[in-house]
Design a protein around this ligand. Structure first.
Ligand code: A2P
Length: 274
C-alpha cells in the first residue's frame, strides 16, 4: 500500500474564494518581540493608497467567511510594503492564527483604509504629540516616518506606555533607527522626542501617561510648557479607558477635538485587539 501518497501537504489545504473588495498579499517578514507582541510586513498592492495613521481591515484566508479586524497601518504612506504591529491574544478570533504567520503566507487586506489619526484632521501648529499605550503605538510608527509630519510640525513628541520594559521594544527600535534612515533621517534629526514609560516593571521612566501629564513630569521631560492650543496638537491611541482619560486632560488644557471634516487641536482612536 502506498500510504505516503496520502500525506497531507499545504497544497491540500482548503481554498476559499477571495472575499469582495479584498487584496490577497504575501507575508514578507515577521518579527516577534514578546510572547504577546509581534510585527509583520506584507507586499503592497499597487492600487492600495492610504494616509499615514489610517487603519485597514485585515484577515486570513482560513475560512469561507474570514474574520477581519481593524489594524492601524504601521508603515508610512511611501513604503513599498505594508507593516502592522499586533498583539497576540491566545483565543483571539484573528490573532490566535495571525501570530503563527510566516514569510510566504497570505494575509487578506480590504481595499479601503480610513481613520482619524491623520495630519489632515489637525490644524497647523508648532509641536505634535503622539500619545500611545500598548499597540496604540502602531499609527505613530507610520506618522513618525512620514515627511509630511515634519513639513507640518517643527517638533514631534512620541510617547508609549506599557506594563513591562520588553513591551516597548518595537517603538524603541523604530525611533532609534529614524536618524539613520536614508529617506527621512535628515528630516527627523533633532526633532523627535521619545518618552517611553512602564507601569508595572521597574524602568528609568515609570508611570501612566495620565499621571505624567497631571503632575507635569511629561512637560519637564520634554522641556516645554504644558499643552497649549496655540502651539500644540495631540493624537491619542490606546484602550477605551486610556482614550477617555487622556482626552479629558487634553480638553482641560483647552484643546478641541478635530476630525477629517473639521480639523482642530487633537484626535483620538481606539487601538484594536482580537
Ligand atoms: P497599568 O499597568 O497601570 O494598568 P494594557 O496592557 O492593559 O492595555 O495597558 C497598557 C498600558 O496602558 C499600561 O501601562 C497601563 O497601565 C496603561 N493604562 C491602562 N489604562 C489606562 C488609563 N485609563 N489611562 C492611562 N494609562 C492606562
Amino acid at each position: 500500500m502506498q500510504t505516503a501518497a496520502l500525506a497531507v501537504t499545504t497544497d491540500d489545504a482548503p481554498q476559499f474564494p477571495l472575499p469582495a473588495n479584498t487584496h490577497a498579499e504575501r507575508v514578507v517578514s515577521v518579527t516577534h518581540y514578546t510572547d504577546s507582541l509581534f510585527s509583520f510586513r506584507i507586499t503592497r498592492p499597487a492600487a492600495f493608497r492610504f494616509r499615514s495613521g489610517e487603519f485597514v481591515m485585515i484577515g486570513l484566508p482560513n475560512a469561507e467567511r474570514p474574520v477581519f479586524r481593524a489594524y492601524s497601518i504601521a508603515s508610512p504612506a511611501w513604503d513599498e510594503e505594508v507593516e502592522f504591529y499586533s498583539i497576540k491574544v491566545p483565543d483571539g478570533p484573528l490573532t490566535q492564527h495571525l501570530q503563527k504567520i510566516r514569510p510566504g503566507d497570505t494575509v487578506l487586506m480590504k481595499h479601503k483604509s480610513t481613520g482619524t489619526l491623520v495630519l489632515d484632521a489637525l490644524t497647523p501648529a508648532k509641536r505634535l504629540w503622539m500619545v500611545a499605550t500598548g499597540t496604540g503605538f502602531a499609527p505613530w510608527a507610520s506618522l513618525v516616518r512620514d515627511p509630511e509630519t515634519y513639513e507640518k510640525f517643527d517638533e514631534i513628541v512620541v510617547t508609549n506606555t506599557c506594563r513591562d520594559v520588553a513591551d516597548l521594544a518595537y517603538g524603541d527600535q523604530l525611533v532609534a533607527a529614524l536618524e539613520a534612515d536614508p529617506l527621512i533621517g535628515e528630516l527627523t534629526a533633532g526633532r523627535v522626542k521619545y518618552v517611553a514609560t512602564t507601569t508595572r516593571e521597574a524602568s528609568p521612566q515609570m508611570g501612566r501617561i495620565t499621571t505624567l501629564i497631571e503632575n507635569g513630569e511629561l512637560f519637564r521631560l520634554v522641556g516645554c510648557a504644558p499643552f497649549d492650543r496655540a502651539t500644540d496638537r495631540v493624537m491619542i491611541c490606546g484602550s477605551m479607558a486610556m482614550l477617555k482619560d487622556v482626552k479629558a486632560l487634553v480638553e482641560a488644557h483647552g484643546l478641541e477635538e478635530g476630525s477629517n471634516s473639521k480639523p482642530a487641536d487633537f484626535v483620538v482612536e481606539r487601538a484594536f485587539v482580537g
